[in-house]
Design a protein around this ligand. Structure first.
Ligand code: SF4
Length: 341
C-alpha cells in the first residue's frame, strides 16, 4: 500500500468553509453565522488513513459531510480524483457528477443502533444502495449481499434477520457492509467505534485495517479519541474551532507536537506506564464560540504561550518541517513534550 508523500492525492480540500446562519425575530433575519468549518485545507492520499481529531463541536463531522455535500459548503474547493483519473470539483459538480461522486465516497456512521432501519432486514439494508442505483437485482443481488456479509465477518445465513437481533459490534459490521457494497474508494468513518465497548472497538478497527489492505480503501477517520486515531491513522489532522491547527504523520504528531493545542490534547491521554510522568499542562478554559471566535489565533485565550501578536494576528497554516504543518506563530521556538515512545 502506497500511502507516503509520493502517493497520488485522492482528495484535495482547499479552504473549505461551512457557515450556518443564525436568525432572529419574526422575519428570521440573519444576524450572524456559526463558522463550523472555517478554511480547512488538506490532501488525502490514495490508500492512507487520515485521522481528523478534535473536541466536540470543532467542525470535524461537518467537514466530513461537506466533502460529499451532505451539508452545503459556503466556500472553498473539493477536488476528487475518480477511478478513471478524471478530477471532479464537488462544489461545482452537476447532478450526474455528484451521483457518481457519492457512489465512490461512502460514510460509516457513529451509532450502529440508530443508523440501521429497525424495520428492514439485513439483506434489505445492505442491498439498498444497489437497488436505488439500479445496479443489481435478483440472485445477483443476493450473492453480492452474501459476499459483503462474509467480507465483514458475518454469516450470510443472518441476512433475513432484523437489526435488533445483533450486538453493537455486529451492527457496525452490517453498517460497514452497507457502506462498501457500492465498491467505494474513499470511506468517511465518522466516530465509527465511539458507541462501542472498548473490546469491540479493537475488533472493528482491525476489521477496517484488513479491509483497507484487501480493498485498497482510503479512509478519512473522524474521532474525538486520540488513542483510536493513533492506532489506525497514517497521518493526523487536529481541528480547533473550525480550523486545522496541526497536520503531520501520526508518530511525528504524537512525539513532536508543534502546536500548543495538540500538546494539550495529548496531555489528557492516559499514559499506560506509571513510571512515566504526565505530560504536564492540561487544557483549561472553554472552547471558543464558533459564532463569535476570538481575534487573532482562536486558541489564544487558552494558550499558555500566547503573546501580543497572538491576540491580533491570525497565524497562517504553514509547513514547519517536511510533511508537518501547523497554525501557530511560535511553532519553531516552542519545545513541546510529546507522548513517550
Ligand atoms: Fe498559542 Fe500564539 Fe501559537 Fe496561538 S499562535 S497557539 S496563541 S502561541
Amino acid at each position: 500500500m502506497n500511502n507516503g508523500s509520493d502517493a497520488i492525492n485522492l482528495l484535495e480540500v482547499r479552504d473549505l468553509k461551512t457557515y450556518f446562519p443564525i436568525t432572529s425575530g419574526l422575519w428570521r433575519r440573519v444576524v450572524g453565522y456559526v463558522r463550523a468549518v472555517d478554511g480547512v485545507s488538506f490532501d488525502l492520499r490514495a490508500g492512507e488513513t487520515l485521522g481528523l481529531v478534535g473536541e466536540s463541536g470543532c467542525g470535524k463531522t461537518t467537514t466530513g459531510r461537506a466533502i460529499i455535500r451532505a451539508v452545503e459548503p459556503t466556500g472553498g474547493e473539493i477536488f476528487y480524483r475518480m477511478d478513471d483519473d478524471t478530477v471532479i470539483e464537488a462544489r461545482s459538480a452537476d447532478r450526474r457528477e455528484l451521483q457518481t461522486l457519492r457512489q465512490q465516497i461512502q460514510i460509516i456512521f457513529q451509532d450502529p443502533f440508530a443508523s440501521l432501519n429497525p424495520r428492514m432486514t439485513i439483506f434489505d439494508i445492505v442491498a439498498d444502495p444497489l437497488r436505488v442505483n439500479n445496479i443489481s437485482s435478483g440472485s445477483e443481488l443476493e450473492d453480492r449481499v452474501a459476499d459483503m456479509l462474509q467480507l465483514v465477518g458475518m454469516s450470510p445465513a443472518f441476512m433475513r434477520r432484523y437489526p435488533h437481533a445483533f450486538s453493537g459490534g455486529q451492527r457496525q459490521r452490517i453498517g460497514i457492509a452497507r457502506s462498501l457494497v457500492m465498491n467505494p474508494r474513499l470511506v468517511i468513518a465518522d466516530e465509527p467505534v465511539s458507541a462501542l465497548d472498548v473490546s469491540v472497538q479493537a475488533q472493528i478497527l482491525n476489521l477496517m485495517l484488513d479491509l483497507q489492505q484487501n480493498l485498497g480503501l482510503t479512509y478519512l477517520f473522524i474521532s474525538h479519541d486520540l488513542s483510536v486515531v493513533q492506532y489506525i491513522s497514517h497521518r493526523v489532522a487536529v481541528m480547533y474551532v473550525g480550523k486545522v491547527v496541526e497536520l503531520a504523520p501520526t508518530e511525528k504528531l504524537f512525539t513532536e507536537p508543534k502546536h500548543p493545542y495538540t500538546q494539550a490534547l495529548l496531555s489528557s491521554v492516559p499514559v499506560p506506564n506509571p513510571e512515566v510522568a504526565s505530560l504536564g499542562q492540561s487544557l483549561e478554559g472553554e472552547v471558543a464560540d464558533p459564532a463569535n471566535p476570538p481575534s487573532g489565533c482562536y486558541f489564544h485565550p487558552r494558550c499558555p504561550f500566547a503573546q501580543e501578536i497572538c491576540r491580533t494576528t491570525e497565524p497562517e497554516f504553514r509547513q514547519v518541517t517536511p510533511d508537518h504543518f501547523t497554525r501557530c506563530h511560535f511553532s519553531e521556538e516552542l519545545d513541546l513534550p510529546g507522548v513517550p515512545e
